[in-house]
Design a protein. Structure first.
Ligand code: SF4
Length: 189
């Protein structure tokens, strides 16, 4: 496959190898609940657009999950428009750009919301569990938690990236799509 594009059949594998925790969490919640509230749909949807999921695949992706919960008809009526909209195919045809870390970190998820930055918005217990599922060892986990305590969320994410990839990330993480492309570059070397 070409660099800079993902297709639906690759998605489960690239989630595990190359999604930052914020997006991995949204993806897993969507698979589990077959639903995400608006903030989560925007954060994950625009990220997926940024990693190269085309509109047809995006529609198929959201339809497959949402139709299990709300039914196909309701999906087509209430949600499909928004997917097309975020690809600039409806309304004012604005081509929306994926959210930066700063925007995500400053977001304010409410009850039932799954968006946001886990380094900022998760409880310590949930963050530790998530890092362990990502394969971060206990020593690196302590380094990550240290950054979190000092409110250096992007540095915490950078350390996670380095622990998982076994490689320095000199630029630091400042955008979920940058995390993804830096990761893919390593795996495709
Ligand atoms: Fe996502 Fe950025 Fe937070 Fe990492 S630092 S989890 S990429 S928002």
């Amino acid at each position: 496959r070409e660099y800079g594009e993902i297709s639906l059949k690759d998605i489960d594998q690239v989630v595990k190898s190359s999604f930052p925790l914020c997006m991995r969490h949204l993806f897993e919640k969507l698979r589990e609940d077959h639903h995400l509230k608006h903030g989560g749909r925007m954060q994950l949807g625009l990220f997926l657009k940024g990693v190269g999921l085309n509109l047809d695949d995006a529609l198929a992706f959201w339809r497959a999950e949402f139709s299990k919960k709300v039914g196909l008809e309701k999906f087509e009526k209430e949600y499909a428009y928004n997917v097309r909209h975020s690809y600039g195919k409806e309304g004012k045809r604005t081509d929306y750009t994926p959210f930066s870390c700063q925007k995500i970190i400053l977001s304010t998820p409410g009850a039932g919301d799954q968006h946001g930055c886990p380094y900022r918005h998760f409880s310590e217990e949930n963050l530790r569990a998530a890092l362990s599922r990502m394969g971060v060892n206990s020593r690196a986990t302590e380094d990550v938690m240290n950054k979190v305590r000092n409110k250096h969320y992007q540095l915490a994410c950078t350390l996670t990236f380095e622990a998982i990839h076994g490689m320095q990330c000199d630029a630091g993480i400042n955008h979920p799509n940058q995390y993804f492309s830096d990761s893919q570059k390593i795996f495709q070397q």
